[in-house]
Design a protein around this ligand. Structure first.
Ligand SMILES: [Cu+2]
Length: 170
């Protein structure tokens, strides 16, 4: 009987720790961009920005704007101001699709990557930066899912089982 009870407690704790992994992995997301995703613009913006749902770490942020020509049209380092990550643009050039790529670190240490696009309908007179290089290696699969709830759940389950067994013996 006490083995059965201990097993039941162990299962309960594992289920609870699995359930806890859901909210823990819901980290920062972009809630708004400027320009908006798929916006059609006749005039080039001076900068682009993404607003997240929480304050972002200023360190290790990256944001680039790649034009239809495959060249870099953003200039300088990205600026992080609370929940907003932004980068300045050169005066834009050819018409077509410009892609904004970003990589930023949320307060909980998770790296958030993504991109959005806007369309320039009237060509500008700007000259591009260098040919665009990829932002960074993509995060490894599994990086997103914190491991600690599983470890805590396992420890608690083992502890509860031991406690139950000891209690029954006395
Ligand atoms: Cu997170």
């Amino acid at each position: 009987m006490n083995r059965f009870a201990a097993a039941l407690i162990a299962v309960a704790f594992v289920v609870l720790s699995l359930a806890g992994a859901g909210p823990a992995s819901a980290h920062a997301t972009v809630i708004a961009t400027d320009p908006a995703d798929n916006a059609t613009l006749s005039e080039a913006p001076a900068r682009v920005s993404a607003t997240f749902n929480e304050t972002m770490q200023p360190a290790f942020a990256a944001m680039t704007v790649v034009g239809p020509d495959g060249n870099l049209w953003s200039t300088g380092a990205p600026q992080v101001q609370d929940a907003v990550v932004a980068v300045e643009l050169r005066p834009l050039g050819p018409t077509g699709t410009y892609t904004v790529n970003y990589r930023a670190t949320s307060a909980d240490g998770h790296v958030v990557t993504g991109s959005w696009k806007f369309e320039l309908t009237v060509a500008g007179t700007g000259t591009p930066g260098p040919s665009a290089a990829p932002l960074a290696p993509p995060p490894q699969p599994g990086d997103d899912l914190p491991v600690w709830p599983f470890i805590v759940g396992a420890c608690v389950a083992v502890g509860a089982g031991a406690w139950w067994a000891a209690r029954r013996r006395t």
